[in-house]
Design a protein around this ligand. Structure first.
Ligand code: B3K
Ligand code: ZN
Length: 851
């Protein structure tokens, strides 16, 4: 397979004025007729993408052409010497029923729940009909769908313009949809299914009434209210914060149980993984429910940042994803404590993006080459991309950032553009924006280290900061980036802030001076995580403990706990200061902000710790240390757990931020109490399991019972399964609670795979077992663990290469292992390479093995 380079970009050589599709679905396959109106400057060859289809007939200007007029091979259809302007008609046959890749048009579900849906981003449309399938070709789409009446739901983008029975086929019906907006093919969607619908309305700020519809199978329709409300909230939020108003008369969301990703922003017809749209208190944890709202908002926000203004080419993916993630994070921050939102976003960034940036899969936020674009829907493109936009927004401030985004929407609406265009629009508010382009071009996480110097005599404080980014092979030597470091200076005695400043580190080393600092200071850096960097300041542990108590920035209170924990686990610092600081802080905080209190007890996951270890990584040793510290925390604070648990009683379900905080803290306390061996903690767990008012409580108790293998935990596991066996998403939870258990062994994973409910063709189920298992590196990196995991990859390589490739990426840092384990891992990866065929997996594996 060929590598594609950003520098080779060429603008399309023709325009597609309009597209009309006629998709007819049959028992065994489907036929697709496509009519494209093509115009260009001169006659000559025309290249279209056409994958996995049989071409039955081609017509140019209504005349059928024979097979000497075109060549169809390797996914490309070349029309030889076509006129400059012409009407192309293609008739092809495709097979959605056997499409296990879940890209293009595919069948999801079985029996009565069978449905047909599409996933076109990035290159699925070429598996439906021959087309110049690239994001810079924009056109208007009319879609006719025809199917058996067993599928009453026929949906496509835009407005419904006609529906009826098919002449001569009484068992069949059709619908015709028209989307007046110009859109790239990756935003095309259609659905053929038997679904119920929840309907509502939203009136835009310019007074138009928009029909809102969420489609799901009948049994799930009650779980669509949370998503519907989130959609309305997101629509209002985007009007208020960005002046972005919805443009069509109808907005549809469809829930599907088999989906590679979370959701897809198709114009006017979003398609969602059930996991990202369905929510009810009895079946959905708070974390998942919050995620549902965030994903609904994310896909909605794409209507402006992605759909109306789209990407010129796939290298620019971060243009829509980074900005849209930033927008959904800001929306979510307005729905809960902003500090907790920031903690959760940074925790994700640190756990996954830092890890990616530290290994052989490191790439710039805007990559400059790829073999398979599906491999680049990464946490670097999404989350680091969002961090760059955040830095820009912070630097400009609210008003100027809005001035810049207004200019972006004004200038580029209806176009396919680049990252440079984005920065150029924002630069009308402030030219410094332009210097951030290197953040998009350079891979690797900058490390910011530094120290302070306080001179009591002159009352001056100097802070010296240095940045360093590792040189990633294949890229230019790293440059110094503009790094905003939000800083506060505290007076040690009074605990008050005496100076606050946004320092801009844009050289390799810089010293900043603060005058009139009358008493000994403690500095707090990178407040709210003002830049996506690794901070390595030479704080005293005691200063960090001081900040845990005195920082007014909730995020930084968490950040100092993480620095302390990392020092204990990775640099052998004594835990005493950390334990004391927690003991002092928690009791009051638990009363004031239970959610934040729960977060302060975070200990980085085993995987996150691993990403900071560059050689001789021993997963067993890391696990032992991590478990040891967890145990120490639990024991040190042992007296606290009972009163705390009792102060957080189970009451009726309530979806307020406070109630969610209480539930989160209660689950943490329960696990701590079990770890500390507090009397009766096992009874609390069983009691909580049985009297739970919602899934957060029930699954929290279940996980604690499973993790600690509390006597009789099998009873609750069985009860949970029986109670929820009809609900796939809850059964996913049942699988993952076991697969991600602290006690899991490879044999347990094998048993879960052998379970009748396990299904290789349902990505959610694969993730609930195979991906859940990777949270236990000490088991994953054993010969048995690797054998199982690489077998799973080999199996999926053929049926679903997008998912298989994601699994490979998790193994990226195999080379950091201790020698004995490293050799074993290398052997399994090599053996896997012999087996796999897809370009997705091969590209990932080549990078991973190249390390
Ligand atoms: N844009 C889609 C992702 C499509 C993934 C293709 N493999 C969802 C999102 O980011 O909103
Ligand atoms: Zn997105």
């Amino acid at each position: 397979p060929q590598k594609i380079y950003l520098r080779d970009y060429e603008a399309p050589k023709y325009t597609v004025e309009s597209v009309a599709l006629d998709i007819r679905l049959f028992e065994e396959d489907a036929t697709v007729e496509g009519r494209l109106q093509i115009s260009r400057d001169a006659a000559g060859d025309v290249l279209l993408h056409a994958e996995d289809m049989e071409i039955e007939a081609l017509y140019i200007d209504d005349t059928r052409v024979d097979d000497t007029a075109y060549t169809h091979s390797e996914g490309r259809l070349m029309l030889h010497d076509a006129p400059a302007t012409f009407a192309l008609r293609t008739e092809v046959r495709i097979c959605p029923q056997t499409n296990t890749m879940l890209e293009g048009l595919y069948k999801a579900g079985t029996g009565d729940e069978t449905m047909f849906v599409t996933q076109c981003e990035p290159e699925g449309f070429r598996r439906i009909t021959p087309y110049p399938d690239r994001p810079d070709v924009l056109s208007t789409f009319t879609t006719r769908l025809e199917a058996d009446k067993r599928y009453p739901t026929l949906l496509a983008n835009g407005n419904l313009i006609e529906a009826g029975e098919v002449a001569d086929a009484p068992e069949r019906h059709y619908a015709i949809w028209h989307d007046p907006t110009h859109k790239p093919s990756y935003l095309f969607a259609c659905v053929v299914a038997n679904l119920d619908v929840l309907s509502d309305h939203y009136t835009t700020s310019d007074g138009r009434k928009v029909l809102l519809e969420v489609y799901a199978k009948a049994a799930d329709i009650d779980k669509c209210h949370v998503g519907m409300q989130a959609l309305k909230d997101a629509m209002a939020w985007d009007e208020d914060n960005y002046g972005c108003i919805y443009d069509l008369d109808r907005y549809m969301i469809v829930a599907v149980s088999q989906f590679n990703m979370g959701a897809m922003e198709n114009k006017g017809l979003n398609i969602f993984n059930t996991a990202c749209v369905l929510s009810s208190p009895e079946t959905t944890t708070d974390a998942r429910s919050f995620n549902v709202k965030a994903v609904i908002a994310h896909e909605y926000f794409h209507n402006w940042t992605g759909n109306r203004i789209t990407c010129r080419d796939w290298f620019q993916l971060c243009l829509k994803e980074g900005f849209t993630v930033f927008r959904d994070q800001s929306f979510s921050a307005d729905q809960q404590s902003a500090a907790v939102q920031r903690i959760d976003d940074v925790a994700t960034l640190r756990a996954y993006q830092f890890n990616e940036d530290a290994g052989p899969l490191a790439h710039p936020v805007r990559p400059d080459s790829f073999v398979e674009i599906n491999n680049f829907y990464t946490t670097t493109v999404y989350e680091k991309g969002a961090e760059i936009v955040r830095m820009l927004a912070n630097m400009l401030g609210k008003e100027k950032f809005r001035q810049g985004t207004d200019e972006y929407f004004r200038r580029y609406d209806g176009q396919a553009v680049t990252v440079e265009d984005f920065l150029s629009a924002l630069s009308v508010a402030d030219e410094r924006v332009l210097s951030f382009i290197d953040w998009y071009r350079q891979p690797g996480t900058p490390v910011v280290s530094g120290h302070q110097n306080y001179d009591a005599e002159t009352q001056t404080l100097e802070i010296t900061l240095t940045q360093k980014t590792r040189h990633v092979a294949g890229f230019d030597a790293p440059k110094a980036l503009p790094i905003p470091v939000a800083t506060a200076v505290f007076d040690k005695e009074s605990g008050q802030i005496v100076a606050e400043e946004m320092l801009l580190l844009d050289k390799e080393t810089q010293t900043y001076r603060f005058d009139n600092i009358t008493g000994a200071p403690v500095v707090s850096l990178l407040r709210d995580f003002s830049a996506p960097v690794q901070l390595n300041f030479d704080y005293q542990d005691a200063d960090l403990a001081f900040l845990l108590t005195h920082e007014t920035n909730g995020f930084n209170r968490w950040q100092v706990t993480q620095i302390l924990v990392n020092r204990i686990l990775l640099q052998n610092h004594e835990p005493a200061i950390y334990l004391e600081a927690l003991a002092k802080t928690l009791p009051n905080l638990a009363k004031d902000d239970a959610m934040l209190a729960a977060r302060l007890l975070d200990i980085p996951s085993a995987q996150e710790l691993a990403s900071a270890i560059s050689t001789d990584y021993d997963p067993d040793a890391v696990k032992a240390k991590r478990d040891g510290l967890y145990q120490q925390v639990a024991v040190h604070l042992a007296d606290m757990w009972q009163p705390l648990y009792e102060s957080l009683p189970i009451t009726e379900y309530d979806d307020s931020a406070e109630a969610r905080g209480v539930r989160a803290l209660r689950n943490v306390v329960l696990d701590m109490a079990l770890t500390a061996g507090v009397d009766n903690a096992a009874d609390w767990a069983v009691q909580q399991y049985e009297s739970a008012a919602c899934m957060t409580e029930r699954s929290g108790a279940l996980k604690a019972l499973v993790n600690h293998q509390v006597a009789g935990y099998e009873t609750q596991l069985k009860n949970f399964y029986e109670r929820f066996k009809a609900d796939d998403l809850v059964i996913d939870l049942w699988f993952s609670a076991q697969a991600a258990s602290e006690q899991v062994r490879v044999a347990d994973i094998e048993a879960l795979i052998a379970h009748t409910d396990f299904d290789w063709n349902t990505p959610n189920r694969v993730r609930s077992v195979i991906s859940a298992f990777t949270t236990q590196p000490a088991v994953l990196w054993t010969p048995e663990g690797l054998a199982l995991y690489t077998q799973a990859v080999a199996k999926l390589d053929d049926s679903n290469p997008v998912i298989a490739s994601r699994l490979v990426q998790v193994l990226a840092r195999w080379y950091t292992l201790v020698p004995s384990k490293r050799e074993v891992a290398h052997r399994y990866l090599q053996a896997l390479k012999e087996k796999v065929q897809s370009k997705h997996v091969r590209e990932s594996l080549d990078s991973v093995l190249g390390a």
